[in-house]
Design a protein around this ligand. Structure first.
Ligand SMILES: Nc1ncnc2c1ncn2[C@@H]1O[C@H](COP(=O)(O)OP(=O)(O)OP(=O)(O)O)[C@@H](O)[C@H]1O
Length: 299
């Protein structure tokens, strides 16, 4: 596998008798948004923690920013852990500046950046408010801003979208893309496919501690055949028999996989039998469908 800014080779972790991460390889290219996708309990958080040196692997090796021990890269990394936690009595501004200071950013600069970032995120009004007064979603955004205030080269976000409403989720997507535009590499975990489909340059799917896919969103979506939705002319009976074997009623028509030979023979059969076509759409299945299939197979 090519060298990446984050590199994992055969990472293994046991908890008790259970092998919860089982030989995971990752290579995150510089400047990419990279998703680690998997169902609950797949081993995503454990993998990220090993990459960051928060816990030690039982086997395999990893490299972060070219350094053998990830902790040497501390000030060059921004990390949003899965467990959220801020000091409730600190203001949003001080929280962000404090988190920056922990990563080597001078306080004065941290405060100035905090004000700018809060303003840009539409949270300018919250700068002087105490964390305890903020909603859970707002506090989470503040924690995220604190994780990136020192402008790290690598940003690692563990389930960053969980707990955010759709408006804040969109804000976060914007923030991630803005960080990539700045030149940062972003590695994030999620089990929500819509975000991954929109954001990821590359992704890995992990199930039962094993990597079962690695590639681009397009590579993943190409694993499943195109899906067709066909709507017969009203009153047309007997069309079902002319459709591919997997055709299933759906809404006002039928859904089926486009056969290897294409949709044309299906249409030709329908027209030859005198049937009409009230609607026909063909779509590439989404990442969601691919994820469900791969995770089921892995189980
Ligand atoms: N400290 C621990 N001690 C014992 N078991 C653990 C520990 N941390 C994680 N596990 C177990 O390891 C497995 C993988 O957990 P992990 O948190 O890495 O999964 P995840 O993919 O991040 O899941 P989720 O999406 O639910 O957060 C789970 O079965 C979990 O219960």
């Amino acid at each position: 596998m090519d060298q990446g800014i984050v590199q994992a080779n055969g990472l293994i972790k046991h908890y008790g008798q259970r092998r919860v991460v089982d030989g995971v390889d990752l290579a995150v290219p510089q400047g990419a948004v990279y998703g680690v996708l998997g169902p609950n309990g797949a081993g995503k958080t454990t993998t990220l923690r090993m990459l960051l040196g928060i816990i030690e692997p039982d086997g395999g090796s990893r490299q972060l920013l070219g350094l053998a021990h990830p902790r040497q890269a501390r000030t060059r990394i921004g990390y949003l852990p899965e467990e959220r936690g801020l000091y409730p009595a600190m203001t949003a501004r001080e929280t962000i500046a404090f988190m920056g200071a922990l990563r080597g950013l001078p306080w004065r600069e941290g405060r100035a950046r905090a004000d700018r970032m809060l303003h840009d995120a539409g949270l300018g009004h919250a700068a002087g408010q105490k964390i305890r007064k903020l909603s859970k979603g707002m506090a989470q955004l503040v924690q995220l801003l604190g994780a990136i205030v020192h402008q790290p080269e690598l940003i690692v976000l563990d389930e960053p979208f969980s707990g955010l409403d759709p408006v804040n989720q969109e804000k976060l997507e914007g923030l991630i893309l803005a960080e990539r535009a700045r030149g940062a590499t972003i590695l994030f975990s999620t089990h929500v496919m819509a975000h991954a489909q929109r954001l990821c340059d590359r992704l890995a799917i992990i199930a039962n501690g094993r990597r079962c896919f690695e590639g681009t969103v397009a590579d993943a979506r190409a694993l499943l055949p195109m899906r067709a939705h066909f709507v017969p002319r009203s009153g047309d009976a007997g069309v079902r028999a002319l459709l591919p074997a997997d055709a299933a009623p759906s809404g006002d028509g039928f859904d089926f996989s486009v056969p290897d030979e294409g949709i044309e023979p299906v249409i030709a059969r329908l027209l030859a039998a005198g049937h009409g076509i009230a609607g026909l759409s063909i779509e590439r299945p989404g990442l969601h469908e691919v994820f469900v299939k791969l995770v089921r197979e892995a189980a």
